[in-house]
Design a protein around this ligand. Structure first.
Ligand code: KG4
Ligand code: ZN
Length: 338
């Protein structure tokens, strides 16, 4: 079964063709970095307009790369439940036109659930249950995945997502956008112990996260150094900041897995590309004898292959949407805390 996926949650316009939930035939991503980098953050109005401009070209490129035409597509899956509303609307509208014209099923999906399938697409035999950390610029959740479509939401960020904190610190230090990959690279040359930044919520008995206090601590430190007239030791600052974020993400995920008696961990979303995060999870999972899964690099960021893979599992269960499918910026996800 060939499924066309469409993903337009934030600033990536993506279309993909995936066969039977695991064979990625194409995954085209038109990123809008050039549009937003001068603002050092995503401008929602510009993102939606760019999606509108390129969406048909991106879909056609995905079909061409898969060596297919619209006639070869059996169903269409689209992120309809999470992201910047006007951006999500563009993807949903495009998907509905194709579903109507071709008379094929349409499946409206949740972006966060899509990130979980960025791992399942390459590991269809992953062992349930597992704990999944989804961590990016727009979301930061800890999820107990009990089976296909069965989720217990254990915790989420109360303010900024970890990726958002990376982006804001990069903006503060004026080192470029998006901040995550830049800090990842720069931190390799810095001392992670140079500054002792707080590890928010680490010792609290909750699976929730909070990164705005850490961001403020870095801001205060930078202001103090500037007041003293000291040159900013940027690699040391970003290495210390990154270490604090990673300590929190890894420890809270490991704690949740141990408490739930689960021996498999998965990490998805943009921040899952971070090299130190991967290395730290590797070490911790090995110590606890746990299985660990990350998406392949190309599937860490927002992409449509994860959406097409998820659509396959929904379709198998007969879970389709109608042509009255609506778009939502922040639909709830999973069953909240026990
Ligand atoms: O999943 P994604 O493409 O979009 C959202 O759903 O937000 O993730 C983008 C986020 C950005 O905040 C970016 O800075 C972060 O992922 N990111 C990273 C790395 N690569 C991307 N953060 C830390 N280290 C990285 N290597
Ligand atoms: Zn995302």
């Amino acid at each position: 079964m060939n499924i066309l996926g469409i993903e337009t949650a934030c600033d990536d316009t993506s279309a993909a063709v995936v066969r039977d939930g695991h064979e990625i035939l194409s995954n085209v991503i038109w990123d809008q970095q050039k549009v937003h980098e001068k603002y050092r953050g995503v401008v929602p109005e510009l993102a939606a307009r760019r999606h509108t401009e390129v969406i048909t070209r991106v879909i056609e490129a995905a079909l061409v790369q898969a060596n297919m035409t619209y006639a070869d597509i059996d169903a269409i899956g689209v992120n309809a439940m999470r992201g910047l509303l006007r951006s999500v609307v563009v993807g949903v509208a495009a998907a509905k036109v194709i579903a109507f014209a071709r008379n094929i099923p349409i499946i409206g999906l949740h972006h966060i659930e899509g990130h979980i399938y960025s791992i399942i697409v390459d590991h269809p035999n992953i062992e349930f249950p597992f704990i999944c950390l989804t961590v990016s610029g727009g979301h930061n959740m800890l999820i107990h995945v009990q089976g296909h479509g069965q989720y217990e939401l254990l915790g989420m960020t109360l303010d900024d997502a970890a990726g958002e904190a990376f982006d804001k610190i990069a903006k503060l230090l004026n080192i470029g956008y998006p901040g995550g990959p830049i800090i990842d690279r720069l931190a390799k040359t810095g001392n992670p112990k140079a500054f002792s930044f707080p590890r928010p919520m680490l010792n609290r008995s909750t699976d929730d996260f909070s990164f705005s206090g850490l961001k403020t601590a870095v801001l205060t430190c930078v202001q103090q150094l500037k007041k003293e007239g000291s040159p900013l030791p940027i690699p040391d600052i970003v290495a210390s900041f990154q270490q604090a974020v990673i300590d929190v993400l890894v420890k809270k995920t490991m704690n949740a897995a141990i408490r739930k008696g689960v021996s498999t961990i998965a990490v998805a979303g943009g921040v899952s590309a971070n090299s130190l995060l991967r290395q730290t999870f590797d070490q911790n999972a090995a110590r606890q004898d746990m299985h660990l899964y990350f998406p392949q690099m190309a599937l860490c960021m927002d992409n449509a292959a994860m959406i097409a893979a998820l659509a396959y599992y929904k379709l198998k269960k007969g879970e389709t949407s109608g042509l009255n499918l609506d778009a939502s910026a922040n639909a709830p996800f999973g069953i909240e805390n026990e």
